[in-house]
Design a protein around this ligand. Structure first.
Ligand code: 1HN
Length: 351
């Protein structure tokens, strides 16, 4: 062996490592050692595709209903944890998903936080969410918005357990380290606007005659987007043959003030698929959370196949190639982080 090979001064690897160790004490590191991992050629999501079966979700959350009250829990929610991101309370890198149960007679106290939520109703009748003074009735297939910093509480004066899917931008808020939360002294907020008030005011082809554009630039003024109103529109598209080869007959829920997404951080869609639909491959940089509302089918994601039926929830991480197949007429609701990506100019799609 030559002297140079054992002399650290002449061994490039050792000399470099000594240098890295030295600068490490000064909280510095060489970019060239990690560059390919931090600036990848393509998105490499750490999340995995996964389907949660509704019968398992329901059985477990009803069991939780016997174990803990909403007073103790604040919110009785089972987190849908992405199997590759366990312990991080997230379904994709940017979004939280969970299933909430409220039993007859229960209330979940008023609070507000920076995280925005979309609550998609899965099961049961008779519960409500009150948002900024409007009490929104919750029926299957509806979703309720609780925008950033909007006071909200839930109650179930009905006779059945009510279950819904909560999707929040909380992991993103925590990424920015901008979380605030406040509780209210009173359990439920005073409701001074009846159910459907915001939809009637803002979602009927007229708008209050005044300066509302700025107020509602980043969130829709409509609190409750009902299935009864939206499903027939998707069906009309489908019957007219207005069917995207990847997404089916799909509508995007919109802010009636500016046509944008319902919120700045999360967007929602409803898609109807005709019997025998075989979708083309698609991928985009948004993380998608789907709920099967009607029918059943399967989604091929890269080399995995997710089989789903009514109320099953499934997740497709960013830039995973997927295609839906529907042996019968099917309806899928979906939520994604696309508005954030569009706002930053980083959203992409491909085949
Ligand atoms: C929350 O406040 C609710 O208000 C539901 O019902 C789920 C998940 C994470 C953080 C806050 C609610 C939540 C949440």
């Amino acid at each position: 062996m030559s002297v140079a090979a054992i002399d650290p001064k002449h061994n490039v690897q050792t000399v470099r490592q000594n240098f890295y160790d030295k600068i490490s004490k000064q909280d510095m590191a060489p970019l060239w050692e990690v560059l390919r991992n931090v600036v990848t050629k393509e998105p490499k999501s750490k999340a995995s595709p996964k389907v949660w079966k509704y019968d398992e979700i329901k059985k477990s959350i009803l069991e939780a209903g016997e174990l803990i009250t909403p007073e103790e829990a604040e919110r009785r929610v089972l987190v849908l944890e992405n199997p590759s991101l366990r312990g991080q309370s997230r379904v994709t890198n940017t979004l939280f998903a969970g299933v909430q149960l409220i039993m007859p007679g229960e209330v979940a106290d008023a609070h507000k936080h920076v995280s925005s939520a979309i609550r998609f109703v899965l099961d049961g009748e008779g519960a409500y969410t009150a948002v900024e003074g409007e009490k929104a009735n919750m029926s299957r297939g509806d979703f309720i918005l609780t925008p950033n910093w909007a006071p909200h509480d839930h109650g179930n004066p009905g006779k059945e357990p009510v279950l819904w899917l909560d999707v929040l931008d909380m992991p993103t808020i925590n990424h920015f380290e901008t979380s605030f939360m406040e509780h209210y002294d009173e359990k439920a907020q005073n409701t001074n606007r009846q159910d459907g008030d915001s939809l009637d005011r803002y979602g009927s082809g007229v708008l209050p005659d005044g300066q509302i554009v700025e107020t509602y630039a980043k969130r829709s003024p409509v609190i409750n987007y009902t299935y009864a109103r939206t499903r027939p529109i998707a069906e009309r598209l489908m019957k007219a043959g207005d069917i995207d080869p990847r997404h089916g007959a799909r509508v995007r829920y919109s802010n009636p003030v500016n046509g944008g997404h319902v919120m700045a951080t999360m967007g929602a869609y409803l898609a109807m698929f005709p019997k025998g639909f075989k979708g083309e491959d698609y991928r985009s940089t948004e993380g998608m959370i789907f709920v099967c509302v009607e029918g059943h089918g399967s989604t091929k994601v890269e080399d995995k196949v997710l089989e789903w039926g009514p109320n099953d929830v499934f997740v497709i991480p960013p830039w995973k190639r997927y295609a839906h197949t529907c042996p019968e007429e099917t309806v899928l609701f979906s939520i994604s982080d696309r508005p954030m990506q569009e706002a930053l100019g980083i959203w992409r799609e491909g085949k």
